[in-house]
Design a protein around this ligand. Structure first.
Ligand SMILES: *[C@@H]1O[C@H](CO)[C@@H](O)[C@H](O)[C@H]1NC(C)=O
Ligand SMILES: *[C@@H]1O[C@H](CO)[C@@H](O)[C@H](O)[C@H]1NC(C)=O
Ligand SMILES: *[C@@H]1O[C@H](CO)[C@@H](O)[C@H](O)[C@H]1NC(C)=O
Ligand SMILES: *[C@@H]1O[C@H](CO)[C@@H](O)[C@H](O)[C@H]1NC(C)=O
Length: 471
């Protein structure tokens, strides 16, 4: 009896607006109840119904956003929320994109004042390395080997060898030896353990490091240690603090409109000055020669129809307007998300031009999405700075709750998709750039990662994860 009850409780029979009834087959096992849930069919008529409901909900004063989304759901699927149907969500997104409205009203607005003289690097210096066992195996700490060397799983290519004086060395012995030679920049070896012992190749340069290159013997992967380079937070704590101070000057203040609290979606009004935006536009070069957006494996991005250009800022040049802008983005992102994100080792600023009518970015996630678990070093938040705004179209939408951000020139959108611990946001991170209907749009996207620095930079992390990043 208990079993039967368990099964019955876990199988609810749903009725939909159309009168379709779910077929539920329940084995008499409490935990194993399979419902053969016949999904409601998506038809032209259904789509027209969703559009009509959207029009009516908007006209009745439900601004595009959670209220509007609930209103449409109630109208179209009165007896069972079926809004997770992809086609339904996409129809709402398309409706929202085509509408000339002011977007989702914020839940609240606040003023944030950044401290003047913030540190551009983490106060504690290094220790940015992911440590312990991850998908990339054991990563030794600096303190286990040598303070001046950082470890990376991967190989330095053949050539540029310095003489080795011993057949077998531990990583610690090799680091001490390399540290004693001014021309030694790092070393590489193949061994079971990143601690050695092994036959060590000492190198006069650490250029062309490759992560994840298979070794002849899979049990003996490649390990590389690089001398920490100037420009890392470890080497330049004082300088980077001075830099931060110079760049921020007096404490800047921003008005922040919070559209969703968790995971955060916020608009920072007037984040960049007209001069800063002009500099970004200038640095992105001649629009007529910009390349179509591509994914890492070289193909043309199917999801994105736009043009792009990367700006790699010189983080040690405080006179550079883009450097100071980026440092301000990171300081504000730290404040609003609490994430420990700093400029060194991050992806370059990605400038994206939506040049032609119809150019858009279809719904997608920038980082982990759809329930994957978090790994240190991956993208956890994104900001989009809007420097050129189209006359019509080009808003940013979020799939869930139909959130819509209608930017003004100089505004920045910030959204997060790490929930802490090993939890990444699911579809809450999915967003899109609406088609341009009139005019052109130019945005500068910055992605944020915790645990990267000059050595453990985003490329090494991306290599390790073997991930394909939409570019
Ligand atoms: C939404 O619009 C895009 C073009 O922006 C189109 O390709 C797609 O088919 C539309 N989807 C739906 C469900 O109408
Ligand atoms: C869009 O809406 C704004 C504000 O309501 C209005 O001033 C503008 O004329 C509209 N644009 C178009 C092309 O309908
Ligand atoms: C934010 O600051 C502006 C002026 O600096 C002020 O008018 C506004 O009331 C402040 N808003 C909040 C929510 O404190
Ligand atoms: C963000 O800045 C405000 C001052 O505007 C400060 O009160 C708050 O503690 C800061 N939050 C974080 C997480 O740094």
């Amino acid at each position: 009896m208990g079993h039967a009850q368990g099964s019955l409780l876990s199988c609810s029979v749903l009725r939909f607006g159309t009168g379709i009834v779910t077929l539920a087959t329940c084995a008499f096992r409490p935990a194993k109840c399979e419902t053969h849930d016949e999904p409601p069919r998506w038809t032209q008529a259904r789509q027209a119904e969703v559009r009509a409901a959207a029009r009516s909900c908007l006209d009745r004063g439900h601004p595009i956003g959670p209220e509007f989304s609930a209103c449409v759901d109630n109208a179209v699927w009165p007896t069972g929320p079926r809004h997770f149907l992809q086609e339904h969500l996409e129809t709402l997104r398309n409706f929202s994109c085509a509408s000339n409205d002011t977007g989702t009203p914020p839940i609240f607005t606040m003023n944030v004042t950044l401290e003047s003289g913030y540190a551009a690097c983490p106060a504690d210096g290094p220790a940015a390395n992911p440590t312990g066992k991850g998908s990339y195996g054991y990563i030794p700490l600096e303190s286990e080997i040598h303070q001046d060397f950082s470890y990376l799983p991967g190989v330095l290519p053949a050539g540029n060898d310095l003489p080795s004086f011993q057949d077998d060395m531990t990583a610690e012995e090799a680091a001490n030896y390399c540290a004693s030679l001014s021309e030694c920049q790092g070393f590489t070896f193949s061994a079971e353990s990143p601690m050695g012992p092994a036959y060590v190749h000492f190198k006069s340069t650490v250029e062309s490091f490759r992560a994840n290159v298979p070794s002849n013997d899979p049990k003996q992967p490649w390990h590389t240690y690089r001398r920490r380079r100037p420009g890392t937070c470890a080497a330049q704590t004082e300088e980077s603090t001075v830099l931060g101070r110079a760049m921020l000057g007096s404490a800047p203040s921003f008005t922040v409109e919070v559209v969703r609290e968790k995971p955060l979606v916020a608009i920072i009004r007037n984040f960049a000055s007209a001069d800063e935006c002009d500099e970004i536009v200038r640095r992105s070069g001649d629009w007529s020669t910009m390349a179509r957006a591509r994914v890492f494996n070289g193909g043309i991005s199917r999801k994105r129809q736009s043009y792009q250009f990367s700006i790699k800022p010189n983080l040690l040049d405080s006179a550079d307007m883009v450097t100071s802008l980026i440092s301000r983005m990171f300081a504000l992102t730290r404040n609003l998300t609490g994430f420990a994100v700093y400029p060194p080792g991050q992806e370059p600023l990605n400038v994206v031009l939506y040049r032609d009518v119809g150019d858009e970015y279809r719904p997608h996630c920038d980082g982990g999405c759809h329930g994957r678990s978090y790994e240190r070093g991956e993208r956890i938040a994104t900001s989009i700075l809007y420097c050129r705004i189209p006359e019509l179209g080009g808003a940013t939408t979020f799939t869930n709750d139909a959130l819509k951000v209608v930017p003004r020139s100089g505004d920045m959108l910030l959204f997060a998709y790490w929930l802490g611990g090993n939890l990444m946001a699911g579809q809450d991170g999915e967003h899109s750039g609406c088609p341009i209907l009139k005019g052109q749009k130019l945005v500068a996207t910055q992605w944020y990662r915790e645990g990267v620095d000059v050595d453990w930079n985003w490329e090494a992390m991306a290599d390790l994860r073997g991930s394909q990043i939409e570019q």
